[in-house]
Design a protein around this ligand. Structure first.
Ligand SMILES: CC(C)(COP(=O)(O)OP(=O)(O)OC[C@H]1O[C@@H](n2cnc3c(N)ncnc32)[C@H](O)[C@@H]1OP(=O)(O)O)[C@@H](O)C(=O)NCCC(=O)NCCS
Length: 241
């Protein structure tokens, strides 16, 4: 876009270093406490260890997600495509205050959960995926990220939405989440309804969720042996969903 200047100017062209543009495109990061790592015994006895994804793991996660999003069932395609975009956005620093959790079983990538902070009070839940089905891994991953928001980051509200029947069943219905009036309030994922959990509702009711789903709580006292086994993430050879 060009408009003639309203006054005589001494130099009529300026050049910029892209390093000067970058601070305008990259949001300054909030100071966020890290997720400390936790484990959960699944109903079949396997141990799911949930840790933060490492930025250097993003390329392998992207390569696997490209394959997962080709699964044309249970909304793995739309969720996979959006998750791929979110991982790239994180890797290329185009997401405001994101967090990425991976669920691992002996190092094997089994679950995913992410979100981002709108501000200090509101945590926007983005996506949750079970990469191995039938173990309630997705249920635990979602609970872990909500726990992170309410118990570690001190958020006051949780905003979610649902693209799939399984997601709605697990948390919209499973946590009896109310929703804000629609279309006045729209979630950033496609303008769908905003379902929400307040800190009061979390404390009074939702905190029980993972115990009811798996029979145990998240365990933050993780033995070194479990941390070590899950230090290096491995991709499943095949898409298992
Ligand atoms: C939503 C989601 C994360 C839930 O994961 P989950 O809690 O681990 O549960 P699953 O989807 O594996 O299974 C749901 C139920 O169907 C059964 N099921 C479905 N597909 C199954 C399969 N292939 N093998 C075994 N069980 C299966 C499970 O046993 C489970 O029943 P349960 O309630 O008695 O445990 C997962 O379905 C998913 O990743 N879906 C695609 C992405 C998505 O929709 N994300 C949420 C966006 S809103």
């Amino acid at each position: 876009m060009r408009i003639d200047p309203p006054e005589k100017i001494s130099v009529d062209s300026m050049t910029f270093d892209v390093r000067e543009i970058e601070p305008l495109l990259q949001a300054p990061a909030m100071d966020i406490k890290p997720w400390p790592g936790a484990m959960c015994k699944l109903k079949d006895g396997r141990i799911l260890y949930i840790r933060e994804a490492k930025l250097e793991e993003a390329p392998m996660m992207m390569s696997y997600m490209k394959r997962v999003m080709e699964a044309e069932h249970d909304f793995y395609d739309v969720v996979g495509a959006r998750v791929l975009a979110e991982i790239v956005g994180w890797y290329r620093k185009r997401l405001k205050d994101p967090y990425f959790l991976v669920g691992l079983i002996d190092g094997l990538w089994a679950g995913f959960a992410n979100g981002r902070l709108l501000n200090e009070d509101i945590n926007i839940s983005l996506h949750t995926m079970a990469l191995i089905r039938g173990g309630r891994i997705g249920a635990v991953m979602y609970y872990a990220k909500a726990y992170y928001g309410f118990e570690i980051l001190g958020n006051k509200e949780w905003w979610a939405t649902y693209e799939s029947y399984n997601g709605w069943m697990r948390w919209g219905l499973g946590m009896a989440q109310p929703s804000y009036p629609w279309p006045e309030y729209q979630h950033e994922l496609g303008g769908a309804r905003v379902y929400y959990v307040t800190k009061e509702y979390w404390d009074s009711t939702v905190k029980e969720y993972v115990r009811q789903m798996t029979g145990t709580d998240l365990e933050f006292n993780v033995p070194d042996e479990i941390r070590k086994k899950n230090e290096v993430m491995r991709l499943p050879e095949e898409v298992l969903v």
